[in-house]
Design a protein around this ligand. Structure first.
Ligand SMILES: N[C@@H](CCC(=O)N[C@@H](CS)C(=O)NCC(=O)O)C(=O)O
Length: 283
């Protein structure tokens, strides 16, 4: 395969956004080196990483010597760069492409760090609290370790001070107020309701609803499945396993058996377990 040998994917263990890319790469049968960046030591805000990805976030794909940053940009890049592989987007000019992009934006209308940090801080809003130590560790990393390391590096590397300055926003993103967290939960419920409605609309038209939004596996499935998986890991699966979201419930059970999804979700489960066991010194 053409990507072989010259693609590197920089991820955190248990990174929500990275799983989208990993499923996309698996669907396309593309090989890559999996490189773990350690946020517990602030490796993602080290100058070498910030020069490659100025947001200091993962995932970053480096193809040859070209970095592509962020899950949405990477999935679209793979689609364009490797046209001979299985497509995960419909034709760019089709209305469906636009609809899928809109759904992806809906899934990204809140920040996952806010949901995770908020779930740790306000567990009374989580229907079935799960993996709490993992979310505590991510909260510590997000609102403490990363901004602290970024501030230290800003002094040592004044040429990158502007980029480091932007990392201060992490404190707010990962440590929401109760009001902000409740607002995120409304957004999450809305994503689940929207998915159910879209399945229902297609079923009413007599369309097959094996996949979400299209007749074939697409990036819309990647976004929805990774979203549902993460919500389940945190303890929100009753949002759809409530008898009122039968399409979403059946869909999740079906698609988690798909080889690319199954393989990545196994890694996700293992990594969340490791994250639960981790004791961060000093906290
Ligand atoms: N919009 C980006 C978001 C990436 C992101 O926020 N990744 C998290 C890990 S799941 C991260 O790198 N967090 C570290 C930080 O915020 O500094 C994408 O879709 O890839």
């Amino acid at each position: 395969m053409s990507g072989e040998g010259n693609m590197k994917l920089y991820v955190f263990k248990a990174s929500y956004y990275a799983y989208r890319v990993m499923i996309g790469l698996a669907e396309k049968g593309l090989k890559y080196d999996y490189i773990v960046v350690n946020p517990f030591t602030g490796e993602n805000v080290a100058p070498w990483y910030m020069k490659m990805n100025p947001t200091g976030k993962v995932p970053t794909l480096v193809h040859g010597d070209k970095p592509v940053c962020g899950s949405a940009a990477i999935l679209k890049y793979l689609e364009e760069e490797f046209p001979e592989t299985s497509a995960i987007y419909p034709d760019k000019k089709s209305p469906l492409y636009e609809q899928i992009t809109q759904f992806e934006d809906l899934v990204d209308c809140y920040y996952i760090g806010t949901l995770v940090g908020g779930s740790y801080r306000y567990p009374k809003y989580v229907p079935e609290v799960k993996n709490q130590n993992a979310w505590k560790n991510i909260w510590i990393v997000g609102h403490n370790i990363i901004p602290t390391r970024a501030a230290e590096n800003a002094i040592k590397h004044p040429e990158l001070a502007d980029l480091y300055d932007k990392k201060k926003v992490n404190i707010v993103e990962y440590d929401p107020t109760e009001e902000v967290f409740k607002d995120v939960l409304e957004k999450v419920k809305n994503i689940v309701d929207t998915a159910e409605e879209k399945f229902q609309e297609r079923a009413d038209k007599g369309e097959k609803v094996e996949y979400f939004m299209t007749d074939n596996f697409s990036s819309a499935d990647i976004y929805l499945m990774v979203f549902l998986k993460k919500m389940g890991l945190v303890g929100f699966s009753s949002y759809w396993e409530d008898g009122k979201h039968p399409f979403v419930t059946e869909y999740f059970k079906r698609l988690e058996q798909r080889p690319s999804v199954k393989e990545m979700f196994k890694i996700y489960d293992d990594e969340v377990r490791q994250m639960c066991d981790l004791q961060i010194e000093g906290f």
